[in-house]
Write a protein that binds this ligand. Sequence first.
Ligand code: UFG
Length: 327
Amino acid sequence: MHVLVAGGAGYIGSHTAKALARAGHTPVVYDSFEKGHRWATRWGPVVEGDLADRARLLRAFRDYPIEGVIDFAAYIAVGESMRDPEMYFRNNVANTLTLLGAMREAGVRRIVFSSTAAVYGTPDRSPIPEDHPLRPDSVYGDSKLMVERILGWFDQAHGIVSAKLRYFNASGADPDGETGEDHDPETHLIPLALAAADGKIPHLSLFGTDYPTVDGTAVRDYIHVADLASAHLLALDYLIRTGQSLTANLGTGQGYTVRQVIHAVERVTGHKVPVIEAPRRAGDPVELVADPARARQTLNWTPTHSSIEEIVATAWAWYQRRPSQNA
Ligand code: UFG
C-alpha cells in the first residue's frame, strides 16, 4: 500500500515512515522541509511540497496510488502559538483543510491525524478518557481540536474516515538509531535534560516545584515514538477494516514526575543533571496521564518500548549521534 505521510521528515513522521516500510508498505513522504530533515527520509519516495499547495498535493495523488494519508505536518510549540495565533491557525487548520480538499478531489478516503492531549486543556480527572470535556488552554491545542471537528464533518459529508490520535508526551528515539528528535529550538524535557547532563547547556530549568504531586513537580505520560508509530499502522488498518472513524488517546496510563525523569536521565547517562528550580511554566497542567483503554481495545495496541529507561536510553543514544550536533 502507498501511504502519503505529510510531515514525514519530522520526528514522529519519520519513525512512522520507517514502520510503514518495515511492514511492506511504501511511505510517500510529503514535506516542505521547513522543519523536517533530509536525513530523516530514507524509507521511500519524497515529494517536496507545502501543505498549502493544493496543486502539488493533487500531483502527488496522481503520481502515486495513495490509499491513505497520515498527517503529521503541523507547528507544535505551545508558547509560540500563544504569541502568533494566525501562524498556527493558518498552518495547522487552513493548510490541513487544503489537504482534505485535495484528498476529496483525488478520491483518497482515509486519514490518520496527529492530535494531542492538549485538546483536553487542564483536565478535571486523571487518567483522562477520550470523552473528557475538550477545553484547550492553548492556540496549539485548539488548532488540533478544530481539525478533529473538521474531520468529523468530512466523514459525514464525504465519507472520508479518520483516526484522530491524541498523543501524550512523545519521546525516545528509533531503537536502531536511524532517526530521532531534532527540534529547533528544543523545548522538550528529555532532550534538554540530556543536553544538561552532557554539559552542552549549563543547566536544566525545572519549571515548578510546588505542584500537588509526590515530589512537587508536574506529571506526564511519556510514550515512546516507536509505539506511536505502530499505533498509526494499526489505525490505518482499522480504517480499512471497519470503514469507521475513531478517536483514541495514545499514552501508557503511567505518569512520571519531572524529577523522576531527571533521575532516569542521570541513571542512563551516568552524569548529574544540573538543575535550577524555576517558577511554573505558564499553561502547564499539573498532571496529564492517558486512559489508553480504547486504543488497547479497538486497535489491539500495546506499547512495548515505553518504559522510562528505554525512552531515555534510546533518546540518549540518538542524542550522541544526531546529525545536527555536527552542524
Ligand atoms: N519541563 C521542565 N523544564 C524544561 C522543559 C520541560 O521542567 O526545560 C517540564 C514541563 O514543565 C512539563 C514537563 O517537563 O511539566 C514536560 O514538558 P515538555 O515540554 O517536554 O512537554 P509538555 O508536556 O509541555 O508538552 C507535550 C507536547 C505538546 C503538547 C502538550 C500537551 O510536547 O505538543 O504535551 O499539553 F501540546
